[in-house]
Design a binder for this molecule. Structure first.
Ligand code: AMP
Ligand code: MG
Length: 335
């Protein structure tokens, strides 16, 4: 399936697929690519993933090359059932309770790894991150491949994550074997990552698509902030992320626009409509979930649209997807 024209360019096959009722002929073609050590981009409910057989070190290596991802940034292993997760990581009762309650969901759990997971997949760590995605295309692909699929977001490292086929194609055409086009995603930001290695101390490594309060309700304890030692255990959080090629400026409700910003050459997105910003581009969202779903795709559209910068509203509340959204906004702005 590789069809290389020369060393750095390969033919990328693309196929449209119904995300609610995936065509199994298409899925099995994509699964063959995974089984033979190739790369397949596929939709999940959070963002599009760039997948390879998580247990095949040569295949996983190709993910790092295609994305330009630092090799110490570990990958999430996507599984199609709770029992598949239990085969590759050491589950404990609290983690199992979370998985059984929520999966499939935008919730990734870090646990001690079993030996089957190659070191390259887990960035050299003794732990591994597992998740069961809530998307029928993703789940059928994992099942048909018969192996956990390691998948970071299907974008060039550092850029906004892809939330539709066009964004994946833009970043990955010619670099990977196959792209499954399952339309736009449901959530729009990546999963929440929690560390349950010590079941008595659950750590929030990255806020995301699963709200903190839902996890804390089930755990009956607070998610703690990792100390500096444990944040070393989540190396991904160290790197620049999610940034369009134009500056991202954070705006707080009630504030004035910074003097050095010319609205006529800027774009704005947020929940409020600040009447006095006569920006050339303006996108208003009706809820925090809409905002999360639209953030990365509007970053990409504004980047293409010759704007000098994009002004983004800081969400004021803390519930639901706000914590994850604020994390993505502050990283995109380089904070
Ligand atoms: P990405 O796939 O780019 O959305 O990033 C995956 C996230 O999960 C990164 O923030 C990683 O640091 C984190 N992660 C993956 N595996 C582990 C692990 N074994 N321990 C801690 N964090 C992990
Ligand atoms: Mg990513």
């Amino acid at each position: 399936m590789s069809g290389s024209l020369h060393q750095n360019f390969m033919m990328t096959i693309t196929a449209a697929i119904d995300k609610f009722n995936p065509d199994m002929a298409v899925i099995s073609r994509a699964a063959e690519v995974i089984k033979s050590g190739g790369l397949v981009a596929f939709p999940t409910e959070t963002v599009y993933g760039l997948g390879a057989d998580a247990l095949n070190p040569e295949a996983v290596k190709k993910i790092f090359t295609a994305k330009g991802r630092p090799s110490d940034n570990p990958l999430i292993l996507h599984v199609s059932s709770v029992s598949e997760a239990s085969r590759i990581v050491e589950m404990n009762d609290k983690a199992l309770n979370l998985a059984v309650t929520f999966w499939p969901a935008p919730l990734t759990i870090v646990l001690p790894s079993k030996n089957e997971i190659p070191l390259i997949t887990r960035g050299g760590l003794s732990t591994a991150a597992v998740r069961m995605p809530d998307n029928p295309v993703a789940l059928s692909l994992i099942k048909a491949a018969g192996t956990p699929i390691a998948a970071p977001s299907a974008n060039i490292s550092g850029h906004p994550s892809p939330t539709d086929f066009e964004s994946v194609y833009h970043d990955m055409n010619g670099k990977i074997d196959f792209i499954l086009d399952g339309g736009s995603v449901k959530v729009g930001i990546e999963s929440t990552v929690i560390d349950m290695t010590n079941p008595e101390r659950a750590l929030m490594l990255r806020p995301g698509g699963m709200p903190r309060e839902l996890i804390e309700d089930v755990l009956k304890m607070r998610l703690e902030v990792p100390d500096s030692d444990s944040s070393k255990r989540s190396p991904g959080t160290r790197y620049k992320h999610y940034s369009p090629d134009i500056p991202v400026i954070i705006w707080h409700r009630g504030n004035r626009l910074p003097d050095n910003i010319n609205p006529e050459t800027s774009a704005y997105m947020g929940l409020d409509d600040p009447e006095n910003f006569k920006t050339a581009g303006k996108i208003l969202f009706s809820s925090v979930s809409d905002y999360a779903r639209g953030l990365f795709s509007w970053f990409r559209k504004f980047e293409k649209g010759n704007f000098q910068c994009v002004i983004v509203q800081w969400p004021e509340d803390n519930s639901g997807l706000s914590e994850g959204l604020k994390d993505r906004i502050s990283r995109a702005a380089g904070k």
